[in-house]
Ligand binder design. Sequence first.
Ligand code: NAP
Length: 256
Amino acid sequence: MKITVVGASGMMGSKIVRELERGGQSVSGASTKTGVNAYTGEGLQAALADTDVVIDVTNSGSFGDSDALDFFKQAGKNLLMAAKQAGVGHYLALSVVAADRLVENDYFRAKLVQENLIRASGLPYTIVRSAQFFEFFNGIINSAAEGDGFRLSPALVRPIAADEASTLISQIAIGLPHNDIVEIAGPEAVPLDQLAREILTVTEDTRSIAIDPDAPYFGVGLANATLLPGANALAGSLTFHDWLFRSLIAAQEGGG
Ligand SMILES: NC(=O)c1ccc[n+]([C@@H]2O[C@H](COP(=O)([O-])OP(=O)(O)OC[C@H]3O[C@@H](n4cnc5c(N)ncnc54)[C@H](OP(=O)(O)O)[C@@H]3O)[C@@H](O)[C@H]2O)c1
């Protein structure tokens, strides 16, 4: 079975390639760095030749504007067409938990469009919607900066370590297509402001956090459970607290 990871040089792509290789799978990595451009279509046909499973972990260079929609629409169309030509038996794409509840934000709307293209393609597929990666939380906090501090919603999230997410994604990819959405998330639901407070504490950042149920998440208003996956989500086991602690130790040992 040949698995092609598109977006292989990225944060998730590189972890997934490593994980699959560790499991003895035949993996090929593609990204613009290897001459494969999902947006223009350049090199795609050759990259997907003889591929049984495609894992699409590409990402748009921009988060906050209509470029993301253009990217996921165009890259999605090109990837799906090339996958069809290659006779791919399982097309897996990585999306975001609650993408359908965050459509006021351009990026999440773009992810929903990407999902819809996959569903309409006729290819056997699995859409993996992941909760936020722990590694993404600095970005979440920074987006909530206001004045001298931060304004954050206490809405619940179930974030997951990117390492554990890549293990789950790799396992799903080598299985049969679900032809549906599969959600993955961390072991516990925690209020956004609490996670932010933990990060500020370990980074010795003394700025204050104002808890505000009306504080937007990337421009979108949240109810308490908006960001949570459903009850059937596959779960990692590492808590945010333990991950943060391990990251801190690793940074200290690395002289960081
Ligand atoms: N961050 C989160 O918390 C989170 C949660 C759930 C889901 N996701 C999803 O996970 C996916 C991957 O995220 P990530 O953080 O791993 O992204 P990333 O680190 O930014 O990596 C993106 C990858 O896409 C490749 N790429 C970009 N433009 C391309 C193009 N035109 N053609 C081919 N490859 C291209 C990049 O390769 P080059 O540099 O070589 O171009 C890179 O390998 C995204 O779709 C995101 O929506 C993220």
